[in-house]
Design a protein around this ligand. Sequence first.
Ligand SMILES: Nc1ncnc2c1ncn2[C@@H]1O[C@H](COP(=O)(O)OP(=O)(O)OP(=O)(O)O)[C@@H](O)[C@H]1O
Length: 235
Amino acid sequence: MIIEIDDVRKRYGERNAVDGVTLSIEAGEFFGVLGPNGAGKSTLVEIVEGLRPADSGTVTVLGRTPWPRDLDLLARMGIQTQSSAFFTRHTAIEHLRRVAALHRVPRERADEVLQLVGLQDVAETRVEKLSGGQRQRLAIASALTHDPELLFLDEPTAALDPLARKQFWGLLKTLSPAGRTIVYTTHHLDEAEALCDRVAIIQSGRIVAVDTPAGLRQRTGSANLEDAYLKLVAA
Ligand SMILES: Nc1ncnc2c1ncn2[C@@H]1O[C@H](COP(=O)(O)OP(=O)(O)OP(=O)(O)O)[C@@H](O)[C@H]1O
């Protein structure tokens, strides 16, 4: 298992943001984390990333404990967030070269990841001039620069129009070759259905279901994951 979460809890005042979650994610899985606003998805994922501590329970990531912060472990993870930081006055390629330098990987890796996310045509465009979709691609390229074994994606298609979003799926599908594990948080259930090997549905800090999209459809007698999700969170 790449990620093992055992009875993790996190409270903010009176609120149980994460309320006893136990979950394992295998190497090479494209794993979706789904759930309503405020369900505790970000809190759980941030605990796994080592960005915040749990109150109780244990988390093991790549055989190590993410909190207190483990720099060796961080070097093996790529994290794309909604607020991914950019060197905005740089061009796209300069930005990626800075990121490559921070990770101490060869400069050429910047060109590789630029190409991987399809941004070669805007290599010399300043980051602040990129469109929302191009920035999303750049955020993913940044998270991939050091070729992490484990990649966290937080709503990578949030800023995209419906057509661009579908086109983006092609890119997302290429991100998990060679056993890379992906933990992917989203509200887009069609996307989760198209991309994820398994998903966890979280509600009020607890796991409602963990299964393949097909398993959830079958279990709930639903035509698609969105219907299955709506039945499960309403139950
Ligand atoms: N730093 C914090 N301080 C206090 N409460 C917090 C903090 N972070 C999250 N919460 C609360 O914990 C609960 C879970 O929030 P979290 O952001 O993990 O949910 P989420 O599932 O990621 O939601 P969304 O889909 O809206 O991003 C919410 O009630 C939220 O208000």
